[in-house]
Design a protein around this ligand. Structure first.
Ligand code: CO
Length: 485
């Protein structure tokens, strides 16, 4: 007689999920002709998305998807039709490895060159992989990766035009973060981190023409791993999570730089509040120990700042060896949406969980960035509890807790829902959500369009691509039409 161990119910199969981690080496351009439902006629402009497009070179796999070469996807919406195009960013590293047919660079997230320790020891060259975000601002399309300069691209053809110094602002090798935020008052704000025992944090503001209008550099104590920030009319807010960096395994060629980060569970998170007015002092508050990649939004409320962020109980790192595609989701912490209320005069920090369902990639209506708001849109797990792949899209009212969910489970896997306001939008729900969904049934991806006011009604339209797009990171929408002339 055998006893069956009850298996936890799962909304997905690991082999289905793994299918979205295959390289896409083809570069294509075509009008999408397989469409379920109707593309709204008022939806006009271009969605750009970035993410790792190549996850191996001739079968030599990168250790982590974050080490994959950036591939840009564009979707042009024109009178109910949609034109798709994808192209790799021709970074120096991409071109060299393409020519060699093998891995030539170590990756920040643990990719090592073939040849073992001797080949990797003291090779500290950084490969700018341009894979995290893509944004159109000041007549430039820029592919961003936080540890180095942006690459400029042709917005019509996605051809790489070269590294961009932002009119001489950046010197060769300078960092420029992959998380710019757009203040609805008409400023693009972004930051750069120069790590060290004392971290230098630079903050830049650009007008709509792309001209630098404000620049400041602040010193913060200790090592800081900063991926994103939150913005209000008067402040830029950074979460310096309790991490230690021990560079030895990296220097010795044993591990990637990001694998040398150690989470310090007994240490507080330092919340660094930088006034956008360079003449005012920085204030640092202490919050609970946690790890944050992404912030949803923030706003000013009297003497307080309210910051809503996706929090992990600890840094969700993978074991240094082994295959990320075999990950046991239940062994990693789930992201949860938490509210931090920072009382600036008393330096007190209060926290509250807004959404305990596993979530990531928060978005809000562009008009409420840094303002009091109600609606947040997220990629979430199908089940309300536990850590799992992102298979559903949620709209949540943070003032009432009301939630709407559309799920692509069991065989669909979603990406960040990019928010596009309706041209006559009067409120936070007057728009659409655009998400690339990997469909394991077809082994191909769909672009799904949801009505932001009626997420639980399911897609208004599902545009079926002829191929898959590997799981992506971030994207942005511009009302400009960059389609074929
Ligand atoms: Co990010």
């Amino acid at each position: 007689m055998t006893t069956l161990t009850p298996q936890p119910t799962r909304s997905y199969s690991l082999s289905d999920w793994q299918g979205g981690h295959r390289s896409q080496t083809e570069e294509l351009a075509y009008w999408i002709d397989d469409i379920e439902g109707q593309v709204p006629l008022e939806l006009a402009g271009t969605l750009f998305r970035n993410g790792p497009g190549r996850l191996d070179i001739n079968g030599q796999r990168f250790h982590h998807p974050f080490d994959g070469d950036g591939m840009i996807n564009s979707f042009v919406f024109r009178q109910g039709r949609v034109f798709y195009r994808n192209r790799f960013v021709r970074t120096a590293g991409y071109q060299a490895e393409q020519a060699a047919g093998r891995i030539l660079y170590r990756g920040v997230f643990g990719t090592q060159k073939p040849g073992g320790l001797l080949a990797n020891c003291l090779d500290l060259r950084l490969k700018n992989i341009a894979n995290t975000q893509v944004i159109y601002w000041g007549d430039k399309l820029l592919a961003l990766w936080e540890a180095a300069e942006p690459h400029r691209l042709d917005p019509y053809t996605l051809e790489t035009l070269g590294l961009d110094t932002l009119e001489g602002l950046l010197a060769p090798g300078d960092a420029f973060a992959a998380h710019p935020r757009i203040d609805p008052a008409g400023r693009l704000v972004n930051f750069a981190v120069k790590p060290g025992p004392v971290t230098t944090l630079s903050l830049y503001e650009f007008d709509p023409a792309g001209r630098l209008v404000s620049q400041q550099a602040r010193q913060i104590q200790g090592f800081a791993f900063l991926h994103d920030f939150a913005l209000t009319p008067h402040y830029a807010i950074f979460f310096q999570n309790p991490m230690r960096f021990n560079p030895l395994p990296y220097l010795l060629g044993l591990a990637g730089a990001a694998q040398c980060l150690q989470f310090l569970a007994d240490q507080p998170t330092k919340i660094v509040v930088i006034p956008r007015d360079p003449g005012r002092p920085v204030q640092t508050l202490l919050g609970p120990s946690c790890f944050v990649f992404h912030h949803a939004n923030a706003y000013e409320l009297g003497d307080s700042l309210v910051v809503d962020s996706i929090c992990y109980d600890h840094f969700p790192s993978l074991p240094p060896q082994g295959d990320y595609r075999q990950v046991d989701f239940s062994q990693l912490p789930a992201g949860q949406l938490r509210r931090f209320t920072l009382n600036l005069p008393s330096a007190q920090v209060e926290t509250e969980t807004l959404l305990s369902r596993c979530c990531e990639f928060p978005q809000v209506h562009p008009d409420v960035v840094g303002r009091p708001y109600a609606q947040v849109y997220l990629a979430v797990a199908h089940e309300p509890q536990g850590n799992a792949p992102l298979q559903a899209i949620a709209a949540m009212d943070v003032t009432t807790g009301a939630e709407q969910v559309w799920s692509a489970a069991p065989r669909g896997f979603v990406s960040e829902p990019v928010y596009v306001p309706h041209p006559d939008s009067q409120n936070e729900t007057g728009g659409w959500l655009l998400s690339v969904v990997y469909d394991a049934e077809r082994q191909a991806s769909d672009l799904v369009i949801l009505d932001a006011a009626h997420v639980s009604h399911g897609p208004l339209a599902r545009l079926k691509l002829r191929h898959h797009i590997p799981y992506g990171l971030h994207g942005t929408f511009t009302p400009h039409d960059f389609g074929p002339q």
